[in-house]
Design a protein around this ligand. Structure first.
Ligand code: ADP
Length: 493
């Protein structure tokens, strides 16, 4: 089977979020399972500046964008430790920029940039001697590809027989642009209608992908259900409900080599489920030194690592810190960057309880590993969470997650109750209402459980021994590919 993966970012080349982790790891896992996989990404400045082995191919062609023809130069690299070639589409005018998408405002020409990228990816794949069976697209930046494949590239032998998959990593980013950008796509105006590419008078690239793809996936079964309704669907719930037969949720895996307490270069003492207490103690000592404390705090350590965003429930976290900071039951650490108001809230909460709460405002991959290794409890109070990786990293490092019961958190964390302790499935603590009191209650349940040393030891060993590697997820994608290859293409509306 030949599969083309297309994404706007992928580890180790460029990353702004979880999408890059998936786009780097899934192709590698598929290749390991014997699936012939090729990845196409843009040649962002960030990708080229890292000193990774990237070579020119000599292949150049022009891509029609509206009335212009823009040059695409193709570079070639490999995913580390995997037999998966990576093609990078270079166009300096569009991708040689300081950040991937702009910021704080998006780049004004993001539609042009990713319309170009979608077409360039197909023009490149279409020049290959062997046909592709599946074209797997990730997020709005690649949303035009399923439409292009069905409407403009039907006659290209390498593309004609392919089935397309559209994967949604987060419904709240849809690639919405003004309707005149339709002219840049080269697709006929008749497709600018509410059943295909239009969303309230605007061009919606994610919707286009959802409508034209042969299969749709998202990153957990619960999120797949949530996005068919309000508010999870972010306005596209009707489109998704209409295509529910084609929609499936597959939980992401994690990179078990990068996140491995038995080999992690970021932690002072390697450990496994058998000797986690020694490993975690050493991490606590190292973390205390790093934060400038005289000695590690003997209280249980409760951590939050992630974007300081409203989506992540950081407002609930700030309220929790205000409520529990003075209680003396636990030590807290927050590592994150994000929305200025939430950063300020976290800073203020820490300043109010200097001996109990640490706030590290910044992005620090190594520190994230050390914090997970040191922590007893990891908080993920998200309002919505398509899959979530933090709770899976917490498992691996023997930190017990306390999570809001939403999206992928439901599919990965089993609340600790008398029943789930009895049947051995317990793996964390969950709460439902978007409310600081509910979060606090769940944290207190976790702290109560922590006091029962034998029970806690059992729980930590159990979560550390779970398998969240990419292997199982990649197999689920393979089964999906096999199914859609065997079926006729989905009918366009
Ligand atoms: P999302 O992709 O929505 O941000 P995920 O849970 O899927 O959330 O992935 C978040 C990833 O980013 C995790 O690997 C987490 O450890 C990492 N991360 C987030 N913020 C920081 C930070 N400030 N420092 C280090 N790592 C961070």
């Amino acid at each position: 089977m030949r599969v083309l993966q297309v994404a706007s970012e992928a580890v180790p080349f460029a990353k702004t979020g979880g999408l890059a982790d998936v786009a780097g790891a899934l192709p590698a896992a598929l290749a390991t399972l014997g699936c012939e996989t090729t990845l196409v990404i843009p040649a962002h400045r960030e990708s080229l500046a890292k000193g990774l082995p990237i070579e020119p191919t000599g292949l150049e062609f022009e891509v029609p964008i509206g009335t212009r023809r823009l040059p695409a130069r193709i570079l070639r690299a490999h995913l580390p430790r995997a037999a998966c070639p990576v093609f990078l589409v270079a166009n300096d005018e569009l991708f040689d920029r300081p950040t991937l998408y702009g910021g704080p405002e998006d780049y004004p020409d993001n539609s042009e940039r990713f319309i170009f990228f979608c077409r360039a990816a197909l023009e490149l794949a279409g020049r290959e001697a062997h046909a592709f069976d599946v074209i797997h697209c990730h997020d709005w930046q690649t949303g035009l590809i399923p439409a292009y494949q069905k409407l403009l590239y039907r006659a290209w032998p390498a593309l004609a027989g392919a089935r397309t998959v559209m994967t949604v990593h987060n419904m709240s980013y849809q690639g919405l642009f003004w309707h005149w950008d339709m002219l840049l796509t080269g697709i006929e105006w008749k497709h600018f209608n509410w059943q295909e590419m239009e969303f309230h008078d605007q061009l919606n690239l994610l919707k286009t992908g959802l409508v034209f793809a042969d299969a749709i996936t998202t990153v957990s079964p619960t999120y797949a259900r949530e996005i068919q309704g309000w508010p999870g669907g972010c306005g596209l719930e009707g489109v998704l409900a209409a295509r529910s037969d084609a929609l499936e949720g597959i939980v992401n895996g994690i990179d078990t080599a990068a996140w491995d307490p038995s080999a992690d270069p970021h932690i002072p003492r390697h450990y496994s489920a058998d000797d986690f207490e020694e490993g975690k103690y050493a991490a606590r000592v190292a973390l205390a030194a790093r934060l400038g404390h005289a000695a590690p705090d003997p209280r249980p350590l409760v951590a939050f690592v992630g974007r300081l965003a409203f989506q992540k429930g950081v407002d609930l976290l700030v309220e929790l810190l205000a409520r529990m900071g003075a209680s003396g039951r636990a030590r807290f650490i927050v590592l994150g960057t994000g929305e200025p108001g939430l950063e300020e809230g976290v800073r203020r909460a820490a300043a109010a309880c200097p001996g109990t709460i640490d706030a590290v405002i910044g992005f620090d991959e190594g520190l994230a590993h050390l914090v997970q290794a040191a922590a007893d409890i990891t908080l993920v109070p998200s309002r919505f969470e398509p899959c979530g990786l933090t709770q899976l990293y917490a498992f691996r490092y023997g930190s017990i997650p306390v999570v809001r019961a939403t999206g992928g958190l439901v599919d990965t964390v089993i609340d600790t109750t008398t029943e789930t302790l009895a049947d051995g499935t317990a793996s964390g603590f969950t709460f439902e209402p978007i409310d600081p009191g509910a979060l606090e209650h769940a944290v207190r349940r976790a702290l109560d459980c922590h006091e029962d040393r034998e029970r806690w030891r059992w729980l930590v060993r159990r979560v550390m021994r779970q398998d969240w590697s990419w292997d199982a997820s990649a197999r689920a994608y393979l089964r999906l590919y096999e199914r859609i290859i065997a079926a006729p293409p989905a009918r366009t509306p």
